[in-house]
Design a protein around this ligand. Structure first.
Ligand code: UDP
Length: 386
């Protein structure tokens, strides 16, 4: 695992920030774009509960519409947006995520729609968040494709990207993610996942509990959060979804510890109940054991002034500034010790970091730039549009 030095860390944080020229000065002089936003077919946008990609797609789409672009979102039935919505399948498929039957059906229909539109009102760009099908077929459609890399790289996905990565403009979501990418992908742009901070107000007063929230898997570490919170003698609230295949892990590793007091499990949460859980927590615990490519929950916690204590893995090394917005630790014992140092972290510092790196006002212009580069096929300076 690459350990970032202070200098490389600063560089990586800076790369999450779009060049200043892009953010304010150039955009208003450019013509609006006609954008096909290709959301996954699994969960309606925005997700009412679990759904990191869907929250990214939602915040970005709404911001692009507000900024004057003509956005059509291809998404699961039940989605809501200020953009034009096109649903292609009869139902959402939250329990069949990544099943190719639905993904290929959704993408093929979207491509047909986009192809037909070429005669009258052609799309400038397709922004694909959809897994693998659209990227694999991106050279079969005339409209340029920007593909956000939402996942981590495994042996098989690396091989896939080696074959198909050149067919679209790729956007990574952290330096850590691209650090594990196959050859040729290291130079992809990095744009942080966005959050609309207006929906996540700062809260300075905290209640006496720690929060873990996410998927009930070994890699996300809810059982390690229990161990650390126990050792620190602070109550823990676990929230999250038990997806197909995860029940045995929950029954074995979590259920025996849930006592309704020191350890509570509140199931899948959404909306204002979820935001309040984040805002009131003393800290978010992220005892991850994998190369997590981003981790929306860290940004959500920080946005409302809740520090994050994370294992030094994946993008946590970029999203948590050790000693300023939380702590980076190596195991459960260090996590428990860091809980005792939470008084050193100021809520405002946590929020400021997110405002500077991940707020939608920063991320939307970065994607506009990526779209215009894809549209012109060759990297160009922003000044060329002025
Ligand atoms: N989430 C939610 N309710 C839950 C659990 C998770 O709304 O009960 C949301 C969470 O707020 C975040 C997303 O689901 O927006 C999870 O995204 P993240 O990047 O943290 O994890 P991953 O995509 O790896 O599951």
């Amino acid at each position: 695992m690459t350990v970032l030095t202070a200098r490389s860390r600063r560089r990586s944080l800076d790369r999450l920030r779009p060049p200043e020229a892009i953010t304010a000065r150039a955009a208003p002089k450019l013509r609006p774009l006609k954008i096909a936003m290709l959301a996954p077919p699994w969960i309606p946008v925005p997700a009412l509960g679990y759904g990191g990609v869907e929250s990214v797609v939602s915040d970005l789409t709404e911001a692009l519409v507000t900024r004057g672009h003509d956005v059509t979102m291809f998404c699961a039935p039940g989605s809501r947006s200020a953009a034009r919505i096109i649903t292609l399948l009869d139902a959402a498929h939250p329990d069949e995520i990544e099943r190719s039957l639905y993904e290929s059906d959704h993408v093929a229909r979207a491509f047909a729609f986009i192809d037909e539109a070429r005669a009258d009102e052609p799309f400038d760009v397709i922004h694909d968040h959809c897994g693998f099908t659209a990227l694999a077929m991106a050279d079969r459609i005339d409209t340029p494709v920007v593909h956000t890399l939402h996942g981590s790289f495994t042996a098989s996905t690396s091989e896939f990207y080696e074959h198909h990565g050149h067919k679209a403009a790729l956007v990574g979501i952290s330096q850590a993610q691209l650090g594990t990418a196959p050859d040729g992908l290291e130079s992809a742009a990095v744009i942080a996942n966005p959050i609309d901070m207006t929906a996540w107000p700062l809260q300075r007063e905290k209640a006496d509990y720690l929060l873990w929230i996410g998927r009930m898997t070994e890699e996300k570490g809810p059982h390690r959060a229990i161990e650390a919170a126990r050792a620190a003698n602070v109550p823990l609230i676990l929230a999250g979804v038990i997806q197909p295949g995860q029940q045995a892990f929950y029954d074995r590793e979590i259920a025996p510890h849930v006592d309704g007091q020191k350890v509570r499990f509140v199931g899948e949460v959404g909306g204002s109940a979820k935001r309040s859980l984040f805002a009131n927590a003393r800290a978010l615990l992220m005892p991850i054991r994998w190369e997590e490519p981003f981790g929306m929950v860290m940004v959500e916690a920080l946005a409302c002034g809740t520090p994050v204590i994370a294992f030094r893995e994946g993008a946590a090394r970029e999203l948590v500034v050790d000693g300023e917005t939380g702590f980076l630790v190596d195991d459960e014992a260090e996590m428990a010790a860091a809980i005792g140092r939470l008084h050193m972290i100021g809520p405002a510092a946590c929020r400021t970091w997110v405002a500077e790196h991940c707020d939608i006002s920063v991320v939307a212009p970065a994607y506009e730039h990526a779209y215009r580069e894809a549209l012109n096929r060759v990297p160009i300076g922003v000044a060329a549009y002025a």
